[in-house]
Design a protein around this ligand. Structure first.
Ligand SMILES: [Zn+2]
Ligand SMILES: [Zn+2]
Length: 160
């Protein structure tokens, strides 16, 4: 059965009996980002999610192949600026025929949670913020002297 004929539930709870009756299902859907807004630590957030699913029915199990693609906004760990990134993740899972509901939402949330990069950098050479005045050093230099910022410089001063 093709997706045009099947309305994908927004909460991704599929009835196992439906999938077996249809002898498998291929479907895709755009999902509301509200289902995913609590996955990343703020201010990082997922802003767009689309999924494609393919259910195959075997004798005792249902095999689900899926891909998730979308967009997220993530903060640079050094300069705190926000960047948009697109992402694409794939998953593969099997479910017993005995289950009443195939909970794809749980799988999608888990897959997305693993993609959070808390050490994300807007660019590898990001200069970060000046720890003294807060200036974004990618945009402009400030007058602060970098030698005063090193923790070793502070120690040197203490033990003179
Ligand atoms: Zn940065
Ligand atoms: Zn500064």
């Amino acid at each position: 059965m093709r997706y045009q004929d099947y309305e994908v539930p927004q909460d991704l709870q599929f009835k196992t009996a439906d999938i077996i009756r249809l002898n498998g299902l291929d479907c895709s859907a755009k999902l509301s980002p509200k289902y995913f807004e609590d996955i990343f630590a703020k201010p990082n957030k997922i802003t767009r999610v689309g999924i494609t699913l393919s259910f195959s029915v075997a004798s005792k199990e249902i095999l689900v192949r899926g891909s998730i693609e979308g967009e997220r906004e993530v903060q640079c760990a050094r300069c705190l600026s926000m960047s948009k990134q697109s992402f694409c993740e794939e998953f593969l899972e099997t479910y017993s025929h005995k289950l009443e509901i195939i909970d794809i939402m749980y799988l999608v949330r888990q897959t997305l949670a693993l993609t959070e990069d808390i050490r994300f950098l807007c660019k590898p050479e990001c200069k970060g913020l000046c720890p003294m005045c807060g200036q974004n050093l990618n945009e402009a230099a400030c007058g602060c002297k970098p030698e005063n910022l090193s923790p070793f410089a502070v120690l040197k001063g203490k033990f003179k």
